[in-house]
Design a binder for this molecule. Structure first.
Ligand code: NAD
Length: 420
């Protein structure tokens, strides 16, 4: 179903196409489907920021709660030139499903500011973050809505969000945001959690098919928080990461890249491009390499009808949110490419965000090994439940994950009832 009046493909419409298909499969009550096809609350803000040259610029920002039936709204904040309300709605919907798939007590939210942070000074970035936080603060709160990092946002930005909110309410509230630095109540293991989870889920996938990570070939698109950490994790397990990319380009080495060295090159130069022990390839070709595992870990809509038929990876593990369109999914399924969906594959981040929130509320902090052990437990359990649903319903893993996640949200909606 396409509700969009805009000519460009709508990420939220695409998300709803998948929801509609699952609704049919699990006989979702029509009222529940209608509820989940919309976001509960949407705030658009247009706010001024003083730039270093004395000018004032107006920025567009968004915060959306898709559904909060299972708990407070949870979801990252993205700074990107192409962020818009449609994208934020889709990302918020995926957060609702993701939190339910791993069975943590949150609803789904997302936020974004339409901007290119690479062009800002540190002062401009801080002023933009603080003003955006203040503009959306009516949505936020440790029991209401807890943001986290996403594309182009990080621990420092989360610390500014926490500080701004705390100044406004007159007390320090660490649990209002996750992905914070350790010095202000962050959790051990949070930075690594999403990438670590991608590796854990890939390991489980391979094991379920009688295969193993060591010596498997892997290509990773995107070398940020998710991609670089996942690539490092694959490398440490003995997998051969043959290609990685970022927004500036892609590099390849058939014998496997030394990812620790690539990480250090990227830290020093700002990109993976130019790494010595590699050859440059086109970023588009990275997605078509004949590898065992392809990990898209950059942005949405990377595998579409335009390139899905040429994908030669055997498995795709979605580090990014929404990297494969629903039409591309059909082509991949028909070609026997097994896809582990975002709502399971990258759920390690929100899972450790949940741990950070719990630790913040209790002011009682865990060791990194406790965090990692609990993360492993939750992801392996979720993997098992999704795999079982896929066998029970004879369906692909994405549909199975939606059956598990949407089913849990629907059950919560049913037992809470409709107010009044
Ligand atoms: P990030 O800003 O840290 O990194 C993004 C990376 O993608 C950068 O290396 C950037 O250069 C690269 N990139 C951007 N456009 C690209 C392109 N066209 N081709 C190749 N590379 C490109 O962001 P992140 O936090 O790593 O997020 C990446 C994806 O993972 C997003 O879809 C995000 O929603 C999702 N995600 C992030 C988290 C998290 O904890 N950070 C959790 C779950 C999902």
């Amino acid at each position: 179903m396409n509700d969009s009046t805009s000519p460009s493909p709508s990420a939220f419409d695409d998300a709803r196409t998948r929801l509609d298909a699952v609704a049919q499969k699990i006989a979702l009550p029509p009222g529940t489907l209608a509820q989940l096809r919309q976001c509960k609350r949407e705030l658009a803000v247009h706010f001024p920021v003083k730039m270093d040259d004395g000018s004032v610029k107006i920025f567009n920002g968004y915060r959306v709660h898709h559904n909060v039936t299972r708990g407070p709204a949870k979801g990252g904040i993205r700074y990107h030139p192409h962020t818009d309300l449609d994208e934020v709605r889709a990302l918020a919907f995926w957060m609702t499903v993701k939190c339910a798939v791993v069975n943590i007590p949150f609803g789904g939210a997302k936020g974004g500011v339409e901007c290119d942070p690479a062009t800002f000074s540190a002062g401009e970035l801080e002023r933009l973050t603080r003003r955006y936080t203040s503009e959306i603060s009516i949505m936020l709160g440790p029991d209401k809505d807890i943001p986290a990092p996403d594309v182009n946002t990080n621990g420092q930005i989360m610390a500014w969000i926490m500080d701004t909110y705390s100044q406004e309410v007159g007390q320090t509230v660490p649990a209002v945001v996750t992905g914070k630095p350790l010095s202000v109540g962050g959790s051990e293991g949070r930075i690594e959690a999403t990438g670590r989870g991608v590796v854990t889920i890939t390991r489980e996938l391979l094991l379920s098919r009688g295969e193993q990570l060591p010596n498997s070939t892997v290509a990773v698109q995107g070398f940020g928080n998710v991609g670089a950490i996942a690539a490092g994790g694959f490398f440490r397990t003995g997998a051969k990461v043959v290609a990685v990319s970022d927004v500036r380009g892609a590099i390849y080495n058939a014998k496997g890249l030394d990812i620790i060295a690539v990480q250090s090159h990227a830290r020093n130069t700002g990109s993976v491009v130019g790494f010595t022990d590699s050859e440059p390839i086109s970023p588009a070709d990275l997605l078509l390499l004949p590898v065992d595992v392809l990990v898209p870990a950059a942005l949405q809509n990377q595998i579409t009808v335009a390139n899905a038929a040429q994908v030669r990876a055997r498995y795709i593990v979605e580090g990014a949110n929404g990297p494969i369109t629903s039409q591309a999914d059909e082509i991949l399924n028909a070609n026997g490419v097994v896809v582990v969906p975002d709502v399971l594959a990258n759920a390690g981040g929100v899972t450790v965000s949940y741990f950070e929130w719990v630790q913040g509320l209790q002011s009682f902090f865990w060791s990194e090994s406790e965090v990692n052990a609990k993360l492993e437990q939750i992801l392996v359990r979720a993997w098992g439940q999704v795999r079982a649903a896929s066998e029970r319903h004879q369906t692909d893993l994405r549909t199975a994950a939606y059956i598990v996640g949407v089913g849990r949200v629907a059950e919560a909606i049913a037992v809470r009832g409709i107010y009044p």
